[in-house]
Design a protein around this ligand. Structure first.
Ligand code: F3S
Length: 80
């Protein structure tokens, strides 16, 4: 499984990703994309049957705002 998040600093709300992968991406109030599975935290493992859609969306984003990793983008809450 992969993990994904959208860099909202570079997303230009082009709309391609949720067209390509509507089960993964949605738009916020400003039309910027986010991963709907985990509020764009990058911590929800994306199921294998969505992986092709995810990689297509990653490739299709004109600003390379879709980040994909084999690891969660955040680890569990750190305690001090
Ligand atoms: Fe934004 Fe790229 Fe999607 S610009 S709306 S993350 S295709």
């Amino acid at each position: 499984g992969k993990y994904a998040m959208v860099d909202k600093d570079t997303c230009i709300a082009c709309g391609a990703c949720a067209d390509t992968a509507p089960d993964i991406f949605e738009y916020d109030d400003e039309g910027l994309s986010q991963v709907l599975l985990d509020d764009n935290q990058g911590i929800a493992e994306i199921s294998d049957d969505l992986e092709d859609d995810l990689l297509d969306a990653e490739e299709g984003c004109p600003t390379e705002s879709i980040k994909v990793s084999d690891q969660p983008f955040k680890t569990a809450v750190e305690t001090y």
